[in-house]
Write a protein that binds this ligand. Structure first.
Ligand SMILES: Cc1cc2nc3c(=O)[nH]c(=O)nc-3n(C[C@H](O)[C@H](O)[C@H](O)COP(=O)(O)OP(=O)(O)OC[C@H]3O[C@@H](n4cnc5c(N)ncnc54)[C@H](O)[C@@H]3O)c2cc1C
Length: 387
C-alpha cells in the first residue's frame, strides 16, 4: 500500500490526516462514516503493514468505539485474553477480567484499520510531512502523527510528562497462557514490566518507566530498561527478540486543543493513560471525535477545533482527571500495595481498576474506602507493633 509523493495542493481535500496509526485511521473512518462524500487524505511516512513499539493490548473499549462507526471484526483470528495478574514484590492479585482483552501485533491491527479506511474511500499516501505549511490551506488537518508530533509542535502546545518503554516477543510459558501479567518495579512510577499472551504461542513482553523531567537526570538506557525487565520477569531478555522502544506522552490534568482547523488526536494529543501506558483506546476515541468535528465544521456547525475540544472533554475530561490523580497516588508504593490488596478482596474494585486503566473509568468510592480502610488497619498494626 504505497503511493508516490505528490504535491499535496494538487487536489482538493476536505480533510488531511497526518499519521495512519489507530488515531489517524479512526479519524478517516469516522469522517467517512458520518459523510461518505468527504475527500479524505491519509498520510504516513511508513508503508503499511508497519511495526510500532507497543504492548499490543487492545482493550474491549477500542472494539466498542470502532463498532460505533460501523467497524467490526478487526480482532478476528486473535484469541481473547481473559485473566489479569497485578503484582508488586510478593503481593499479587489474579482474576478474570469482566471483559476480555485482545493482544494483536500492531503490524496486523493498524494495517487492518488502514485497509478499512481505504475501503471506505480514504486515499492513503506514503509521505513524510515536514511542515504544516506544506498541507493544503482550505482543509481541516488532523495531527495523528504520534508521540513526536510535528503538528503538536506547530501549535506550540507544551510536552507533558513522558514515559519510555521497550517491548519484544518471546514464547509464552504454559503457566502464562491466557493471561496479562503486570509487575510493578521500584524505579520512577509508573514503572512496570508486562507479559501479554498473544494466544498464538508468543507473548509481548516489555518494561517501561516515567522519564525524568529536564534537568532531573538522564533518561534510562536500553540496557537499563532490559535489566529491569529481567529482574521483574526473569528469563525474558534471553528468550525475547525484536526489541523496540518508544516514548509515551502521558495525559495530564486538563486536555488542550486550540480553536482552528488543526486538530490533535491520540499520542499527538498527549493522550496515553498515565497509570497503564495504554493509548490505543484514547487514539481511536479521539480520532472518532475529530472525524465528527471535521464533518460538522464542514456543514457550518462551528469551528473544528472548538467542536473537537468540547467533544473530547465531554467524553474523557473527568476520566483524565481521575487517571492523573491515580497515577500521582501510585507514585507511593504503599498505595500500589493497597490497591492490590483491595482488588484481591473485592472483585468489583478489581473491575473498576481495569476500567480506570484500560477504558474511561473513574476512581470509585468503593476503591477509596478500601484503600483508606487498608491504610488505617496497617497504621493500627504498626502502632501496636511499636508499643
Ligand atoms: C512499549 C509500548 C507499549 C505500549 N503498550 C500499549 C498497549 O498494550 N495498549 C495500548 O492501548 N497502548 C499501548 N501503548 C501506547 C500506544 O502504542 C499508543 O498510544 C498508540 O500507538 C497511539 O496511536 P497513534 O495513532 O496516536 O500513534 P502511532 O501509533 O504512533 O501512529 C503515528 C503514525 O504517524 C506516522 N508519522 C509520524 N510522523 C509523521 C510525519 N511527519 N509524516 C507522516 N507520518 C508521520 C508514524 O509513521 C505512525 O504510523 C504502548 C506504547 C509503547 C511505547
Amino acid at each position: 500500500m504505497s503511493a508516490a509523493p505528490e504535491d499535496l495542493a494538487s487536489q482538493d481535500w476536505d480533510l488531511v490526516v497526518v499519521g495512519a496509526g489507530p488515531a489517524g485511521a479512526a479519524t478517516a473512518l469516522a469522517t467517512l462514516h458520518a459523510d461518505p462524500s468527504m475527500r479524505v487524505l491519509l498520510l504516513d511516512r511508513a508503508d503499511f503493514p508497519r511495526d510500532k513499539s507497543c504492548g499490543d493490548g487492545i482493550a474491549p473499549h477500542v472494539l466498542d468505539a470502532l463498532a460505533s462507526i460501523g467497524v467490526r471484526g478487526v480482532e478476528d483470528g486473535w484469541t481473547p485474553l481473559t485473566r489479569l495478574e497485578l503484582a508488586r514484590g510478593e503481593l499479587s492479585v489474579e482474576r478474570p477480567m469482566a471483559r476480555p482483552v485482545h493482544v494483536i501485533p500492531r503490524q496486523v491491527f493498524d494495517h487492518r484499520l488502514v485497509e478499512r479506511a481505504v475501503d471506505r474511500g480514504a486515499t492513503f499516501r506514503r509521505q513524510r510531512v515536514h511542515s504544516v505549511e506544506e498541507l493544503p490551506a482550505g482543509a481541516v488537518v488532523v495531527g495523528a502523527d504520534g508521540a513526536h508530533s510535528l503538528v503538536r509542535a506547530h501549535l506550540g502546545l507544551p510536552a507533558g510528562r513522558r514515559a519510555l518503554a521497550i517491548r519484544g516477543y518471546a514464547p509464552t510459558p504454559p503457566a502464562r497462557r491466557g493471561t496479562q501479567v503486570i509487575r510493578y518495579g521500584e524505579r520512577r512510577q509508573p514503572a512496570y514490566a508486562w507479559a501479554f499472551d498473544r494466544g498464538d504461542g508468543l507473548s509481548n513482553l516489555g518494561y517501561g518507566e516515567l522519564l525524568p523531567a529536564e534537568n532531573e537526570g538522564d533518561p534510562p538506557s536500553r540496557a537499563l530498561l532490559l535489566d529491569q525487565l529481567e529482574r521483574l520477569l526473569p528469563g525474558s531478555v534471553a528468550a525475547g527478540e525484536q526489541w523496540k522502544g518508544h516514548h509515551l506522552p502521558l495525559s495530564g490534568w486538563r486536555w488542550h486543543q486550540p480553536d482552528g482547523r488543526l486538530l490533535l488526536v491520540g499520542d499527538a494529543a498527549g493522550l496515553v493513560n498515565p497509570m497503564t501506558g495504554e493509548g490505543i483506546y484514547y487514539a481511536v476515541a479521539t480520532g472518532i471525535a475529530a472525524g465528527r468535528a471535521a464533518v460538522a465544521a464542514g456543514r457550518g456547525q462551528g469551528d473544528a477545533g472548538a467542536l473537537h475540544r468540547a467533544a473530547v472533554r465531554a467524553s474523557l475530561g473527568r476520566h483524565l482527571k481521575h487517571t492523573w490523580t491515580a497515577s500521582r497516588l501510585a507514585e507511593h508504593p504503599v498505595i500500589v500495595d493497597g490497591g492490590i490488596r483491595v482488588a484481591r478482596r473485592d472483585a468489583r474494585v478489581f473491575d473498576e481498576l481495569v476500567e480506570l486503566g484500560l477504558g474511561d473509568g473513574r476512581i470509585s468510592g468503593r476503591l477509596v474506602r478500601g484503600l483508606a480502610g487498608g491504610l488505617g488497619r496497617r497504621a493500627v498494626t504498626r502502632m501496636r507493633g511499636s508499643r
